[in-house]
Design a protein around this ligand. Sequence first.
Ligand code: NAP
Ligand code: G4F
Length: 337
Amino acid sequence: MTKTALITGVTGQDGSYLSELLLEKGYTVHGLVRRSSSFNTERIDHIYQGPQEPGRRFVLHHADLCDGVALVNLLREIQPDEVYNLGAQSHVRVSFDAPLYTGDATGLGSLRLLEAVRAAGIDTRFYQASSSEMFGATPPPQNEGTPFHPRSPYGAAKVYAYWSTVNYREAYGMYAVNGILFNHESPRRGETFVTRKITRAVARIKAGLQRELYLGNLDAVRDWGYAPEYVDAMWRMLQQDEPTDYVVATGVAATVREFLETAFGHAGLDWREHVRHDAKYERPSEVDALIGDASKAERLLGWKPEVRVEELARIMVDADVRQVTAELAGTAVRVDR
Ligand code: NAP
Ligand code: G4F
């Protein structure tokens, strides 16, 4: 039997990779898309299937995590076997500028979706995109038993969504799990997250389109993995006999400065000649160090990361160099695959 999945955040980095993975596995994939005044489907255009396409298995719906009634209607209509809640206002710095909206979309949005599953009266498995940002000020290494101490409105909203997911599992016997994912990146990463901001700048500096790159705190330590591997972990979490929560990480630490060294070095550039500081990119309260212990995921899911931070930086620089080259040549092609 073909399975059906609903993905919120389908237009985002993870949503696009997860859609590809599920389509390869034979799923019919439904994606929730926000209405926008301009196209916001660039990451999934290559798998788009129009309404007229016979036997289509990729279907997009307009809705929003802030609109609970639309979510109930959607779940009643689709009756998915699996729901992946990836939709969120996911930028930590922005969450200080838009704390209430972040709480609404990222925190309450998850509860709306859980409640919509219940209201629709359907039997479905639920994945919540939880985050290492929930650990915040608690020192590494962090695993499933590490106490949360969020340091941003985004982190606090994710803690709310985390506990809502646990509560629906305990209260209603729902198969609901939290994937506590550490930072994961790719050529599809949003351009304002630090890794992509750096690799895009490397490509533009190399091409003579830019000279300087303004950044905030270079001392932050992160555990950066490769997004296509992380969406595979999400899928595995929904295929188990019992629902439980998992950390997904590489266990390898690097500072923003070290990422700069690798990314600029890969293009034959010295980052010190180009990087400038701007306090605008610092956070009112920072998360100093996130390094994950994913031994539970390895033991129970058989999941193990392959790509480590240096290779990740090289993959992203190479993709951005191809992208800038194509843009300069006037070739309108996606070059990240
Ligand atoms: P992303 O690229 O920023 O994508 C976020 C997605 O959520 C986009 O499709 C966005 O739509 C959608 N969205 C935003 N507000 C929404 C709303 N009100 N209603 C419905 N959809 C909405 O994020 P990502 O990196 O793929 O991450 C996926 C999920 O994992 C997020 O929940 C994120 O917080 C979480 N997470 C990410 C990481 C990471 O390192 N990437 C780590 C841990 C957890 P538009 O395209 O229209 O903006
Ligand atoms: O790339 P970032 O913005 O990612 P951050 O804050 O770690 O959050 C990401 O990972 C979380 C998982 O841990 C996700 F839940 C979340 O949705 C998101 O995907 O910043 C990484 C580090 C921070 O310490 C930041 O202060 O880089 C530092 N940084 C320094 N200069 C900068 C900049 N970050 C950004 N975005 N832009 C800068 O100019």
